[in-house]
Design a binder for this molecule. Structure first.
Ligand code: KG4
Ligand code: ZN
Length: 345
């Protein structure tokens, strides 16, 4: 027990080994990360196949699958690392935002393991974990950095000034970018998950075929994507013979134009020295290309996390867990999961 009360505590140092657990949506993941940035092992079990027949994530199926998969995923993570479980110094787990039933599976397991091993439990915000994905792969990134966080549930521009020191610069006022990809893909019958399906379909299409709206392109740092989705639906209803590859390519370009233009403006406004991508949509091939090209033109350091680090994984959770443990100490074992947890008030 520590001076912090009824909590098991350790001083986070370069050798501190953190087990990360991630179950907020449809990926069951565990990872072991040393010293906040050295990924020793990382296992992600995707449930995509289970949700495909329903065209989206079914919360009850996700929770049940996490229950089945989590113990084997954690066991494999420990075996792949080649360590004894007694070597683990802390257990970090995503506590929100996400699907409540799915989150509870990870949080219950993390607390039980922390209690059994008598090590600290650290609750992690999933969006903060996405912010750290770039750092994990390139700890030399220069601050201040502007991060474009684009996932299924969120679209944000964040200024990162230091560890746990962020400022929200802009966010979507309606749909998230990933949500727009998923909805348009479903409308075009391209399947689930929508982002990768549109990315693939767009390869065969002309990005200049249809001039879809770029909402709020010249206004501030907030985003809006719901009008674009409606424009796609209206266009296809009016032109039923249109090539879906052209629609996918034109839609994708409209989204990427706005994402890149606003990131550049944010970098200029805050005088940032670097820019990075995070979240599932950061796996988009056109976004990655255009983001890197913009940074090169503007002379800004850029980092594109690997695709594995863009989508949900537990290495980014363990990394934040280490920094949070160092800064704030352990999370009480009676703290709950919060499906609506926010990174900014
Ligand atoms: O970060 P993530 O794995 O889960 C959330 O926290 O939401 O992001 C999932 C989102 C989905 O909307 C998915 O369609 C999108 O990321 N996505 C993509 C691509 N790969 C995944 N969107 C566009 N292009 C892609 N290649
Ligand atoms: Zn995510």
């Amino acid at each position: 027990m520590s001076e912090r009360g009824e909590l098991f505590d350790v001083e986070a140092g370069p050798d501190t080994l953190v087990l990360g657990i991630e179950t907020s949506c449809d990926e069951t993941a565990a990872a072991l990360v040393m010293g906040g940035s050295d990924v020793v092992s990382s296992v992600v079990s995707s449930q995509i196949d289970l949700h495909v027949p329903y065209g989206g994530v079914v919360p009850e199926i996700a929770s049940r699958a996490h229950l089945d998969l989590l113990n084997p995923v954690i066991a494999r993570t420990i075996v792949e690392a080649g360590v004894d479980e007694r070597r683990i110094d802390a257990v970090a787990c995503t506590v929100g935002p996400g699907l409540i039933g799915a989150l509870l599976v990870g949080v219950s397991a993390a607390k039980a393991l922390a209690y059994t091993w008598q090590v600290p439990f650290v609750g992690v915000n999933h969006m903060e974990a996405h912010l750290y994905a770039s750092f994990l792969e390139d700890p030399t990134l220069q601050l201040p950095m502007v991060v474009l966080l684009v996932s299924g549930g969120h679209t944000m521009l964040v200024e990162m000034r230091g560890h746990a020191d962020y400022r929200l610069l802009g966010r979507t006022i309606d749909d998230a970018a990933g949500e727009a990809f998923d909805k348009v893909a479903r409308f075009l019958d391209l399947g689930y998950p929508g982002g990768p399906a549109i990315d693939r379909e767009a390869l065969r299409g002309d990005p200049n075929a249809i001039d879809f709206p770029r909402a709020m392109l010249h206004a501030g740092l907030d985003f809006s994507f719901s009008g674009l989705k409606t424009a796609v639906v209206n266009h296809v209803r009016k032109h039923p013979d249109v090539s879906s590859a052209d629609v996918a390519a034109s839609f994708q370009t409209a989204v990427v134009d706005v994402l890149v233009a606003k990131t550049r403006r944010a970098v200029r406004e805050v005088g940032a020295t670097s820019m990075a991508l995070g979240g599932g949509v950061a796996a988009n091939s056109v976004l990655r290309e255009r983001f890197a090209a913009a940074a090169a033109t503007d002379g800004i350091q850029v980092f594109l996390p690997s695709r594995e680090m863009c989508t949900d994984n537990a290495a980014m959770v363990a990394s934040v867990g280490w920094y949070r443990l160092k800064r704030d100490g352990p999370t009480p074992l009676d703290a709950g999961a919060n499906p609506n947890l926010r990174l900014f008030a």
